[in-house]
Design a protein around this ligand. Structure first.
Ligand code: ADP
Ligand code: CIR
Length: 343
């Protein structure tokens, strides 16, 4: 393919960081698992409204295509992959994240997820059909070993009736179908085969299998008790680590399909009602920028807010530990609530 061109109003990280020279330098490279530059950038090429536009196909993608990926990583996380090393800390005893809404007036629910992928397998965009089934088998077996409040059931997407699926999506428990960014990256191949969701009885602990990442490990509950949500997640991740070997890089931390999810691969969010700040987006954004927070709509990425309710979460995931990221989110949310009260 000759150098691909972008529409003039394109502002994705891909179009800002790819040049004809860089394209020419990387276009004939292939990882050992057979992933190419054209595959890496396909989502951003087919969706010029992407914010990022690339998906890695395996661990080696992050090394082979580093001349394109490192500047994207540096810009998104404020972390220099050439000089720095990621550190992880999921010890709840180190968490300083007091409930930012003890009166329960603003925060509807708290959710913290981490992405994980299995060592010795390509990432989802480059996973063959058989490999995806093996991943599903390994993960669902590991999930069977969980006990206590983490004990639950794995539900394959294949065979799930439409009403159950729609209800789980509407209630924020299950991933959406047909995401066009993932579709272009090849992450929806053979859908729904090999995909599924595990959850405990009260749906406070969930695992998505073979969506954007092979595992999305999720802890969530109504209210703003970030400490309790974090503790449950940390315990679940430790239990799964005893059964599964996750892809981890000394520099980049936990490896994920999207470079925005490297490092902790953690997104700690609240669903929060901020109708007045919603009318003053400049102030809302200013506070979020100060605490490195991202604003999403009520049905996740690429969705809109409804009824003055927003999804507010940590933006950085690499070069910051899990406890630091959750603490920063809690402090930012407290300030948002204080501002909302004053408006
Ligand atoms: P991810 O969190 O994996 O980046 P999304 O942004 O698509 O992916 O969100 C996944 C789902 O989680 C969506 O249905 C979203 O509404 C839901 N969600 C996110 N944060 C919260 C929260 N604090 N409370 C309840 N649901 C949430
Ligand atoms: C995009 O580029 O808009 C999509 N590929 C999503 C990128 C951001 N993903 C994320 O924050 N997890």
């Amino acid at each position: 393919m000759p150098y691909p061109t972008f529409p003039s109003d394109c502002s994705s990280a891909l179009c800002r960081h790819l040049s004809p020279e860089l394209y020419a330098r990387l276009k004939d490279l292939k990882t050992r698992y057979g992933y190419t530059l054209d595959q890496l950038i396909r989502s951003g090429m087919e969706n010029p409204d992407s914010s990022i536009g690339v998906y890695a196909g395996d661990e080696e993608s992050y090394r082979l295509f580093a001349p394109l990926l490192d500047p994207i990583i540096r810009e998104y996380h404020g972390f220099d992959p050439e000089k720095e090393r990621h550190r992880s800390d999921m010890d709840p005893a180190h968490l300083d994240a007091p409930d930012p809404d003890p009166e329960g007036k603003y925060v509807l629910s708290t959710r913290i997820r981490v992405g994980r992928n299995l060592h010795c397998f390509p990432l989802g965009a480059n996973l063959a059909r058989r490999e995806r089934l093996i991943v599903e088998c390994l993960v669902s077996d590991a999930l069977k070993s969980l006990g206590g409040d983490l004990a639950g059931t794995y539900y394959p997407l294949e065979g799930m009736d439409d009403a159950t699926k729609a209800r789980l999506i509407e209630d924020h428990f299950l991933f959406k179908e047909g995401d066009r960014f993932l579709e272009s990256a090849g992450l929806n191949r053979d859908w729904p085969e090999g995909r599924g969701i595990y959850h405990n009885h009260d749906k406070s602990f969930l695992v998505w299998v073979n969506e954007e990442d092979q595992l999305r490990i999720i802890s969530m509950e109504p209210g703003a008790d970030i400490g309790r949500v974090f503790e449950r997640l940390s315990r679940a991740v430790s239990a799964l680590e005893r059964k599964l070997s996750f892809a981890y890089d000394e520099r980049l931390g936990y490896l994920s399909s999207c470079p925005t999810n490297l490092g902790t691969a953690m997104r700690a969010s609240v669903h929060i009602r901020l109708p007045k700040l919603g009318e003053d987006m400049e102030t809302f954004r200013e506070i979020c920028d100060r605490y490195e927070l991202q604003i999403r709509g009520i049905h996740g990425e690429h969705s809109e807010s409804e009824g003055g309710i927003y999804d507010v979460s940590n933006r950085r995931r690499l070069g910051i530990t899990e406890v630091e990221a959750a603490g920063e989110m809690a402090r930012g949310v407290r300030e948002l609530i204080e501002k909302e009260k004053r408006l």
